[in-house]
Design a binder for this molecule. Sequence first.
Ligand code: CUA
Length: 159
Amino acid sequence: MFEDMPKLEKIWLTIGIGSLIIFLLITGVLAVSMGLNPPDGMETTIEPELVDTAPPFDNTGVEKIGPNEYEVTMLSFMFGYDPNTITIPKGAKVHFKMTSKDVLHGLHIAGTPLNLMLQPGRVTEYTHTFKEPGEYLFVCHEYCGIGHQVMYGKVIVED
Ligand code: CUA
């Protein structure tokens, strides 16, 4: 079947298939050698219907758990976060523990590498230290419905 194919077509077919193989190789090598996988840190599961009535999400907020260490227990929902303002001192180590009450939401804190996916029924955990004082806006970055664009809050890092 390839004999009567124009030469140019063969060349483009080779480039096309070659690109596909290179793409799959890059993805495969990165996943295996560098651990580049879908988001993790959400191993703990919780009944989605119970998230706001059972611990720890029945008691959301910021809690001091050490000399300069805080735990933020946060719930996301259509269309907001509870709490939506977090105040912590500069240099504090902050452990985020989050989930969603309804659909898939996200949390990205501007100016930080913090970029989380919040899945109903999964507890997402992440630790971050805020070194610079200031106000950090956070937003939902997973399209979650008609009010997606009003889903935001802020972290206030005090000097
Ligand atoms: Cu929540 Cu978009």
